[in-house]
Design a protein around this ligand. Structure first.
Ligand code: NAD
Length: 322
Protein backbone atom coordinates (compact mmCIF):
# COMPACT_ATOMS: atom_id res chain seq x y z
CA UNK A 1 0.00 0.00 0.00
CA UNK A 2 1.21 3.49 -0.83
CA UNK A 3 1.96 5.93 2.04
CA UNK A 4 1.99 9.51 0.82
CA UNK A 5 3.00 12.68 2.69
CA UNK A 6 1.86 16.04 1.28
CA UNK A 7 3.68 19.10 2.66
CA UNK A 8 2.13 22.57 2.42
CA UNK A 9 -1.16 20.72 2.02
CA UNK A 10 -3.42 23.63 3.04
CA UNK A 11 -2.34 25.79 0.11
CA UNK A 12 -3.91 26.33 -3.29
CA UNK A 13 -2.60 23.10 -4.84
CA UNK A 14 -2.65 20.91 -1.72
CA UNK A 15 -6.33 21.64 -1.02
CA UNK A 16 -7.17 19.84 -4.24
CA UNK A 17 -4.28 17.40 -4.52
CA UNK A 18 -4.98 15.77 -1.15
CA UNK A 19 -8.61 14.81 -1.99
CA UNK A 20 -7.50 13.57 -5.43
CA UNK A 21 -4.76 11.40 -3.91
CA UNK A 22 -7.18 10.12 -1.24
CA UNK A 23 -9.71 9.21 -3.94
CA UNK A 24 -6.99 7.27 -5.79
CA UNK A 25 -5.15 5.59 -2.90
CA UNK A 26 -7.55 5.68 0.09
CA UNK A 27 -7.96 8.22 2.91
CA UNK A 28 -5.50 6.59 5.32
CA UNK A 29 -2.76 6.39 2.69
CA UNK A 30 -2.44 10.17 2.37
CA UNK A 31 -1.07 12.24 5.26
CA UNK A 32 -1.69 15.94 4.78
CA UNK A 33 0.65 18.36 6.59
CA UNK A 34 1.27 22.09 6.83
CA UNK A 35 3.08 24.54 9.06
CA UNK A 36 -0.32 26.01 9.97
CA UNK A 37 -3.26 24.12 11.42
CA UNK A 38 -6.48 23.74 9.44
CA UNK A 39 -9.68 25.39 10.64
CA UNK A 40 -11.28 23.00 13.13
CA UNK A 41 -14.31 22.35 10.89
CA UNK A 42 -12.12 21.73 7.83
CA UNK A 43 -9.67 19.31 9.45
CA UNK A 44 -9.54 16.01 7.60
CA UNK A 45 -7.46 13.23 9.09
CA UNK A 46 -4.77 12.13 8.80
CA UNK A 47 -3.24 15.61 9.26
CA UNK A 48 0.08 16.65 10.83
CA UNK A 49 1.20 20.14 11.81
CA UNK A 50 4.70 20.04 10.33
CA UNK A 51 7.26 22.77 9.66
CA UNK A 52 9.51 21.41 6.91
CA UNK A 53 12.38 23.70 7.90
CA UNK A 54 12.64 21.34 10.92
CA UNK A 55 14.58 18.43 9.41
CA UNK A 56 14.26 16.22 12.51
CA UNK A 57 10.49 16.62 12.72
CA UNK A 58 10.16 15.89 9.01
CA UNK A 59 12.30 12.75 9.23
CA UNK A 60 10.37 11.55 12.29
CA UNK A 61 7.05 12.01 10.47
CA UNK A 62 8.28 10.07 7.43
CA UNK A 63 9.57 7.23 9.63
CA UNK A 64 6.55 7.08 11.91
CA UNK A 65 4.05 6.98 9.05
CA UNK A 66 6.22 4.73 6.83
CA UNK A 67 5.97 7.26 4.00
CA UNK A 68 7.16 6.12 0.56
CA UNK A 69 6.12 9.14 -1.57
CA UNK A 70 6.29 12.87 -0.80
CA UNK A 71 4.50 15.67 -2.66
CA UNK A 72 6.45 18.71 -1.47
CA UNK A 73 4.27 21.81 -1.84
CA UNK A 74 5.51 23.95 1.08
CA UNK A 75 6.90 27.20 -0.34
CA UNK A 76 6.55 30.98 -0.49
CA UNK A 77 5.19 32.14 -3.86
CA UNK A 78 6.64 34.80 -6.16
CA UNK A 79 5.07 38.03 -4.91
CA UNK A 80 5.33 37.01 -1.24
CA UNK A 81 8.94 35.90 -1.77
CA UNK A 82 9.87 39.27 -3.26
CA UNK A 83 8.59 40.97 -0.09
CA UNK A 84 10.63 38.66 2.17
CA UNK A 85 13.52 37.29 0.09
CA UNK A 86 15.60 35.99 3.01
CA UNK A 87 12.65 34.03 4.39
CA UNK A 88 11.81 32.75 0.91
CA UNK A 89 15.34 31.41 0.52
CA UNK A 90 15.05 29.68 3.89
CA UNK A 91 11.62 28.17 3.25
CA UNK A 92 11.92 27.29 -0.44
CA UNK A 93 15.43 25.87 -0.44
CA UNK A 94 15.75 24.92 3.23
CA UNK A 95 12.65 22.75 3.15
CA UNK A 96 13.62 21.19 -0.19
CA UNK A 97 17.04 20.12 1.06
CA UNK A 98 15.40 18.59 4.13
CA UNK A 99 12.87 16.76 1.99
CA UNK A 100 15.54 15.50 -0.43
CA UNK A 101 17.62 14.22 2.47
CA UNK A 102 14.71 12.36 4.01
CA UNK A 103 13.79 10.99 0.57
CA UNK A 104 17.37 9.72 0.21
CA UNK A 105 17.46 8.14 3.67
CA UNK A 106 13.99 6.60 3.54
CA UNK A 107 13.97 5.78 -0.20
CA UNK A 108 10.91 7.94 -0.94
CA UNK A 109 9.74 9.06 -4.36
CA UNK A 110 9.40 12.85 -4.51
CA UNK A 111 7.29 15.33 -6.49
CA UNK A 112 8.40 18.99 -6.35
CA UNK A 113 6.79 21.74 -8.42
CA UNK A 114 8.96 24.33 -10.08
CA UNK A 115 7.43 27.27 -11.93
CA UNK A 116 7.57 29.50 -14.99
CA UNK A 117 9.24 31.79 -12.44
CA UNK A 118 12.40 29.70 -12.95
CA UNK A 119 12.87 31.59 -16.24
CA UNK A 120 14.17 35.13 -16.56
CA UNK A 121 14.43 38.03 -18.99
CA UNK A 122 17.23 36.39 -21.01
CA UNK A 123 15.16 33.23 -21.61
CA UNK A 124 13.62 33.05 -25.11
CA UNK A 125 10.12 34.38 -24.43
CA UNK A 126 7.87 32.81 -27.05
CA UNK A 127 8.20 29.95 -26.56
CA UNK A 128 10.56 29.19 -23.69
CA UNK A 129 12.09 25.79 -24.54
CA UNK A 130 12.40 22.91 -22.07
CA UNK A 131 16.18 23.27 -21.85
CA UNK A 132 17.25 26.90 -22.07
CA UNK A 133 18.86 29.90 -20.38
CA UNK A 134 17.58 30.31 -16.79
CA UNK A 135 18.73 33.55 -15.18
CA UNK A 136 15.68 34.62 -13.12
CA UNK A 137 15.74 38.03 -11.44
CA UNK A 138 13.51 37.18 -8.46
CA UNK A 139 14.34 35.31 -5.25
CA UNK A 140 11.46 32.97 -6.06
CA UNK A 141 13.07 32.16 -9.41
CA UNK A 142 16.50 31.69 -7.87
CA UNK A 143 15.11 29.16 -5.40
CA UNK A 144 13.18 27.39 -8.18
CA UNK A 145 16.23 26.99 -10.48
CA UNK A 146 18.37 25.81 -7.58
CA UNK A 147 15.58 23.42 -6.58
CA UNK A 148 15.35 21.95 -10.08
CA UNK A 149 19.10 21.35 -10.08
CA UNK A 150 19.09 19.86 -6.57
CA UNK A 151 16.35 17.41 -7.53
CA UNK A 152 18.29 16.36 -10.64
CA UNK A 153 21.43 16.01 -8.52
CA UNK A 154 19.77 13.79 -5.90
CA UNK A 155 18.43 11.59 -8.67
CA UNK A 156 21.79 11.24 -10.43
CA UNK A 157 23.97 11.02 -7.32
CA UNK A 158 21.75 9.08 -4.90
CA UNK A 159 19.09 7.48 -7.12
CA UNK A 160 16.21 9.41 -5.49
CA UNK A 161 13.10 9.08 -7.67
CA UNK A 162 12.61 12.86 -7.86
CA UNK A 163 10.18 14.24 -10.44
CA UNK A 164 8.59 17.62 -11.07
CA UNK A 165 6.94 20.08 -13.41
CA UNK A 166 7.25 23.80 -14.05
CA UNK A 167 3.70 24.94 -13.37
CA UNK A 168 2.32 28.05 -15.03
CA UNK A 169 -0.15 30.24 -13.11
CA UNK A 170 -2.88 28.05 -11.61
CA UNK A 171 -6.58 28.92 -11.58
CA UNK A 172 -8.92 27.34 -9.05
CA UNK A 173 -12.10 27.98 -7.07
CA UNK A 174 -11.42 25.85 -3.96
CA UNK A 175 -8.66 27.77 -2.17
CA UNK A 176 -7.42 31.32 -2.62
CA UNK A 177 -4.03 31.71 -4.32
CA UNK A 178 -1.01 32.12 -2.08
CA UNK A 179 0.66 35.37 -3.21
CA UNK A 180 1.77 34.74 -6.80
CA UNK A 181 2.05 37.06 -9.78
CA UNK A 182 -0.74 35.23 -11.61
CA UNK A 183 -3.24 35.59 -8.71
CA UNK A 184 -5.23 38.09 -10.81
CA UNK A 185 -6.58 35.19 -12.87
CA UNK A 186 -8.38 33.88 -9.75
CA UNK A 187 -9.24 37.23 -8.09
CA UNK A 188 -10.97 38.40 -11.28
CA UNK A 189 -13.63 35.66 -10.98
CA UNK A 190 -14.49 36.55 -7.36
CA UNK A 191 -14.72 40.26 -8.18
CA UNK A 192 -16.72 39.62 -11.36
CA UNK A 193 -19.36 37.70 -9.41
CA UNK A 194 -19.38 39.84 -6.26
CA UNK A 195 -18.87 43.35 -7.65
CA UNK A 196 -19.29 43.12 -11.42
CA UNK A 197 -15.90 44.78 -11.91
CA UNK A 198 -12.22 44.11 -11.34
CA UNK A 199 -9.17 46.31 -10.97
CA UNK A 200 -6.22 44.36 -12.40
CA UNK A 201 -2.66 44.72 -11.11
CA UNK A 202 -1.11 43.60 -14.43
CA UNK A 203 -1.46 45.49 -17.72
CA UNK A 204 -4.12 44.40 -20.25
CA UNK A 205 -1.74 42.66 -22.67
CA UNK A 206 0.59 40.87 -20.21
CA UNK A 207 0.61 37.33 -21.60
CA UNK A 208 1.49 34.42 -19.32
CA UNK A 209 0.87 30.66 -19.34
CA UNK A 210 -1.98 29.41 -17.14
CA UNK A 211 -3.63 26.13 -16.23
CA UNK A 212 -6.90 25.11 -14.59
CA UNK A 213 -6.38 23.22 -11.32
CA UNK A 214 -7.88 19.86 -12.39
CA UNK A 215 -5.20 19.70 -15.12
CA UNK A 216 -2.48 20.67 -12.63
CA UNK A 217 -3.50 17.90 -10.23
CA UNK A 218 -3.62 15.37 -13.04
CA UNK A 219 -0.17 16.48 -14.24
CA UNK A 220 1.36 15.77 -10.82
CA UNK A 221 -0.29 12.38 -10.45
CA UNK A 222 0.38 11.28 -14.04
CA UNK A 223 4.04 12.25 -13.87
CA UNK A 224 4.48 10.31 -10.62
CA UNK A 225 2.83 7.26 -12.23
CA UNK A 226 4.84 7.54 -15.48
CA UNK A 227 7.20 4.82 -16.65
CA UNK A 228 10.62 6.05 -15.42
CA UNK A 229 12.43 4.49 -18.36
CA UNK A 230 10.66 6.95 -20.67
CA UNK A 231 11.73 10.03 -18.67
CA UNK A 232 14.72 11.73 -20.26
CA UNK A 233 14.06 14.76 -18.09
CA UNK A 234 12.86 14.09 -14.57
CA UNK A 235 12.36 17.41 -12.90
CA UNK A 236 11.07 20.71 -14.17
CA UNK A 237 9.00 19.53 -17.13
CA UNK A 238 7.39 22.55 -18.81
CA UNK A 239 3.59 22.06 -18.72
CA UNK A 240 0.98 24.50 -19.94
CA UNK A 241 -2.67 24.68 -20.95
CA UNK A 242 -3.34 28.21 -22.25
CA UNK A 243 -1.79 31.62 -22.72
CA UNK A 244 -3.83 34.38 -21.09
CA UNK A 245 -3.74 38.14 -20.91
CA UNK A 246 -6.00 40.02 -18.47
CA UNK A 247 -7.89 41.44 -21.49
CA UNK A 248 -8.47 37.99 -23.02
CA UNK A 249 -9.67 36.55 -19.69
CA UNK A 250 -11.95 39.55 -19.10
CA UNK A 251 -13.51 39.07 -22.56
CA UNK A 252 -14.18 35.41 -21.78
CA UNK A 253 -15.88 36.33 -18.47
CA UNK A 254 -17.91 39.04 -20.22
CA UNK A 255 -19.45 36.40 -22.48
CA UNK A 256 -21.13 35.01 -19.30
CA UNK A 257 -21.53 38.29 -17.37
CA UNK A 258 -22.23 40.98 -20.01
CA UNK A 259 -22.06 43.85 -17.46
CA UNK A 260 -18.60 42.88 -16.23
CA UNK A 261 -15.96 45.62 -16.50
CA UNK A 262 -12.21 45.49 -16.00
CA UNK A 263 -9.90 48.41 -15.27
CA UNK A 264 -6.16 48.51 -14.78
CA UNK A 265 -4.15 49.77 -11.82
CA UNK A 266 -0.74 48.29 -12.51
CA UNK A 267 1.39 47.25 -9.53
CA UNK A 268 5.00 47.92 -10.64
CA UNK A 269 6.45 45.13 -8.46
CA UNK A 270 4.22 42.36 -9.83
CA UNK A 271 4.31 43.78 -13.38
CA UNK A 272 8.13 43.63 -13.26
CA UNK A 273 7.99 39.97 -12.21
CA UNK A 274 5.50 39.13 -14.98
CA UNK A 275 7.61 40.99 -17.56
CA UNK A 276 10.62 38.84 -16.64
CA UNK A 277 8.72 35.61 -17.45
CA UNK A 278 8.05 33.98 -20.85
CA UNK A 279 4.91 34.71 -22.88
CA UNK A 280 4.58 31.01 -23.68
CA UNK A 281 6.39 27.83 -22.68
CA UNK A 282 6.98 24.79 -24.86
CA UNK A 283 5.74 21.59 -23.20
CA UNK A 284 6.73 19.16 -25.98
CA UNK A 285 9.06 17.18 -23.67
CA UNK A 286 6.22 16.46 -21.21
CA UNK A 287 3.94 15.44 -24.07
CA UNK A 288 6.54 13.09 -25.54
CA UNK A 289 8.01 11.59 -22.38
CA UNK A 290 4.87 10.94 -20.30
CA UNK A 291 1.91 11.78 -22.52
CA UNK A 292 0.99 15.13 -20.95
CA UNK A 293 -2.07 16.84 -22.45
CA UNK A 294 -4.19 19.62 -20.91
CA UNK A 295 -7.96 19.18 -21.00
CA UNK A 296 -9.12 22.72 -20.17
CA UNK A 297 -8.69 25.70 -22.51
CA UNK A 298 -9.86 29.24 -21.79
CA UNK A 299 -13.58 28.87 -22.52
CA UNK A 300 -14.00 25.52 -20.71
CA UNK A 301 -12.11 26.86 -17.69
CA UNK A 302 -14.10 30.12 -17.52
CA UNK A 303 -17.44 28.29 -17.72
CA UNK A 304 -16.46 25.80 -15.02
CA UNK A 305 -14.98 28.47 -12.71
CA UNK A 306 -18.10 30.66 -12.93
CA UNK A 307 -20.41 27.74 -12.37
CA UNK A 308 -18.61 26.52 -9.24
CA UNK A 309 -17.91 29.97 -7.80
CA UNK A 310 -21.46 31.20 -8.31
CA UNK A 311 -22.63 28.27 -6.19
CA UNK A 312 -19.89 28.80 -3.58
CA UNK A 313 -20.62 32.54 -3.29
CA UNK A 314 -24.40 32.22 -3.65
CA UNK A 315 -24.39 34.55 -6.68
CA UNK A 316 -26.52 33.04 -9.43
CA UNK A 317 -25.35 33.62 -13.00
CA UNK A 318 -27.64 35.56 -15.36
CA UNK A 319 -30.17 33.25 -17.03
CA UNK A 320 -29.13 34.28 -20.54
CA UNK A 321 -25.55 33.02 -20.37
CA UNK A 322 -24.12 32.64 -23.77
N1 NAD B 1 -0.21 28.21 -7.43
C1 NAD B 1 0.49 28.49 -8.50
O1 NAD B 1 0.03 29.24 -9.39
C2 NAD B 1 1.87 27.86 -8.69
C3 NAD B 1 2.50 28.02 -9.93
C4 NAD B 1 3.77 27.49 -10.11
C5 NAD B 1 4.36 26.75 -9.09
N2 NAD B 1 3.72 26.60 -7.90
C6 NAD B 1 4.42 25.86 -6.84
O2 NAD B 1 3.59 24.85 -6.29
C7 NAD B 1 3.88 24.70 -4.89
C8 NAD B 1 2.60 24.87 -4.07
O3 NAD B 1 2.02 26.10 -4.42
P1 NAD B 1 0.61 26.62 -3.83
O4 NAD B 1 0.03 27.51 -4.85
O5 NAD B 1 -0.19 25.51 -3.27
O6 NAD B 1 1.17 27.56 -2.65
P2 NAD B 1 0.37 28.17 -1.40
O7 NAD B 1 1.10 29.40 -0.97
O8 NAD B 1 -1.08 28.27 -1.67
O9 NAD B 1 0.60 27.02 -0.31
C9 NAD B 1 1.85 26.74 0.26
C10 NAD B 1 1.62 26.14 1.63
O10 NAD B 1 2.90 25.90 2.23
C11 NAD B 1 2.75 26.13 3.61
N3 NAD B 1 4.09 26.39 4.19
C12 NAD B 1 4.82 27.53 4.15
N4 NAD B 1 5.96 27.35 4.82
C13 NAD B 1 5.97 26.08 5.28
C14 NAD B 1 6.89 25.31 6.05
N5 NAD B 1 8.05 25.84 6.51
N6 NAD B 1 6.58 24.03 6.33
C15 NAD B 1 5.40 23.49 5.91
N7 NAD B 1 4.49 24.17 5.19
C16 NAD B 1 4.78 25.45 4.89
C17 NAD B 1 1.82 27.33 3.72
O11 NAD B 1 1.18 27.38 5.00
C18 NAD B 1 0.83 27.03 2.59
O12 NAD B 1 -0.32 26.36 3.05
C19 NAD B 1 4.98 25.73 -4.58
O13 NAD B 1 6.24 25.13 -4.69
C20 NAD B 1 4.80 26.75 -5.68
O14 NAD B 1 6.00 27.45 -5.94
C21 NAD B 1 2.48 27.13 -7.68
Amino acid sequence: MKRILVTGALGQIGSELVPALRAAYGDDAVIASDVRAPAADARQEPFLTLDCTDAAALAAAVREHRVDTIYHLAALLSATAEKAPQKAYQVNLGTLVNVLEVARESRCALFTPSSIGAFGPSTPRDPAPQDTVQRPTTMYGVTKVAGELLCDYYHRRFGVDARGVRYPGLISYVSPPGGGTTDYAVDIFYCALEQGRYSCFLSADTQLDMMYMPDAIRAAMELMAADPTRLRHRNAFNVTAMQLTPARLAASIERHLPDFAIEYDVDPARQAIADSWPRRIDDTAAREEWGWRAEYGLEAMTGDMLEHLSLKLGRPLPAARR
